[in-house]
Design a protein around this ligand. Structure first.
Ligand code: URA
Length: 249
C-alpha cells in the first residue's frame, strides 16, 4: 500500500490532488491562486509537508488521496478508452465510479475489443507496465475468419513485418475450429509483449485471418476471473505488490 510521501513540491501536490496537470498546476500557482497555511505561494517548487501544511486552491482546501487507485475493468465492446469524447460516445469512465481524477487506463483497447483494462493513477507503475523494457505479457483470445494453417501462425511466432516495423515473436495457438455455413472460423490464443495500435488485428490480417472478435484475457498476470463485461473490481494489495515487483518497484 502506498502511504503518501510526507513532503512534496507544491505543483506535484496539486497534480496528485487532481486539480490540474503538473504543467497547469505551475501556471495556477504562479497566478497566485494557491495558498499554503493562508499565505499565497507563487513558487511551484515550494516543498510542502503533506500532512502538516494546509494547501488551498482558489479557496478550496486540498487533500491528497490516501492511496492510489488500481482498478480492473472488463471492458465491453462499444466503449472508448478515453476520458472524454468530443462526439459524446460512451467511454469506459461511464462504467466506473468516481475515481481519483488522475486515474488513467494503462494502455488501450479498440472500441470493438473487449476484456481486461487496468486503470491507475500510480504513474510509475503505469509507465513501467507499458515500457517495452519490462516485457509485460498480454494475452488475447481472437475469433478469426478462416482455417488457420500452422505455417501462417509460424510467421507470427517468428515475428512479422507490419507497416510500423517487425513485431516481436508471439505465442499463438488454435483453441478451436468450426464451420458456420460455408464460413470457417477459429478461436486463437495469442500472447504478445508489445502494445502497438490495433496490433493483434493487424498481425492476424497480415497472415490472412481477419479478426471478428477480440478479447484481452490477461495482462501482466492479471485475469478477468468472474467479472462479466461492464463489471470492475479494485486490485487487492497482494496483486498490487506482485505487479510492482514484476516491474522492479
Ligand atoms: N490489439 C488490437 O488489435 N486491438 C486491441 O484493442 C488490442 C490489441
Amino acid at each position: 500500500m502506498n502511504a503518501p510521501e510526507p513532503q512534496m513540491r507544491l505543483n506535484r501536490f496539486l497534480a496528485r490532488c487532481g486539480v490540474a496537470s503538473r504543467r497547469h498546476s505551475d501556471a495556477l500557482i504562479q497566478s497566485g491562486a494557491v495558498r499554503v497555511n493562508g499565505e499565497v505561494v507563487a513558487e511551484p517548487g515550494r516543498v510542502v509537508a503533506v500532512s502538516a501544511d494546509q494547501v488551498e486552491c482558489r479557496g478550496r482546501v486540498l487533500t491528497l488521496p490516501g492511496q492510489y487507485e488500481y482498478v480492473l475493468l472488463h471492458k465491453p465492446a462499444g466503449y472508448l478508452v478515453t476520458r472524454t469524447d468530443p462526439r459524446d460516445r460512451p467511454t469506459v469512465f461511464d462504467l466506473l465510479p468516481d475515481l481519483h481524477p488522475g486515474t488513467v487506463p494503462v494502455g488501450r483497447l479498440d472500441l470493438d475489443t473487449t476484456g481486461l483494462l487496468l486503470l491507475t493513477d500510480d504513474g510509475a507503475l503505469g509507465h513501467r507496465l507499458l515500457h517495452p523494457r519490462f516485457v509485460i505479457a498480454k494475452r488475447y483470445e481472437a475469433i478469426v475468419s478462416g482455417d488457420p494453417h500452422e505455417d501462417q501462425l509460424d510467421r507470427l511466432r517468428a515475428g512479422i513485418a507490419l507497416g510500423d516495423g517487425p513485431t516481436a515473436p508471439a505465442q499463438v495457438q488454435v483453441e478451436e475450429r468450426w464451420s458456420s455455413g460455408w464460413h470457417k472460423r477459429a478461436r486463437l490464443s495469442l500472447c504478445i509483449h508489445e502494445g502497438r495500435k490495433r496490433q493483434v488485428r493487424r498481425m492476424l490480417r497480415a497472415v490472412g485471418y481477419p479478426v471478428r472478435q477480440l478479447t484481452r484475457v490477461e495482462f501482466a498476470g492479471l485475469t478477468l476471473g468472474p467479472l462479466v463485461a461492464g463489471q470492475y473490481r479494485r486490485l487487492s494489495p497482494g496483486e498490487v505488490r506482485r505487479l510492482k515487483a514484476e516491474v522492479g518497484l
